[in-house]
Write a protein that binds this ligand. Sequence first.
Ligand code: ZN
Length: 105
Amino acid sequence: MSNMISLLRKQVQENGKAEIDIDMFNQLQNEWITRCDIDCLPFVYKNIKTNEERKILLTAAEIRPFVEDELYERLTACDCTSIGETNVIECNCEDKFEDFELQLN
Ligand SMILES: [Zn+2]
């Protein structure tokens, strides 16, 4: 037996399904985290009364839609300051990035 992911895949292929217990689930989760490596970000929740842990894994692709505004903000950030009384910054720095597209791997 090489690892839990292959074992379960084999079971599903042979029987059409696989059943796992909590130990197998935990091993599977650890393998998945290792496999995801840098592409996945784990968010861990812990019940402070029971110590029960839940891990939620999000890939970069899943996170991206939620941070796109922030990414654009940082991409187009400039040092221009507002002129006069208003707090509105009137510069054309953003225009430089009109033809920039986010590259997806
Ligand atoms: Zn500017």
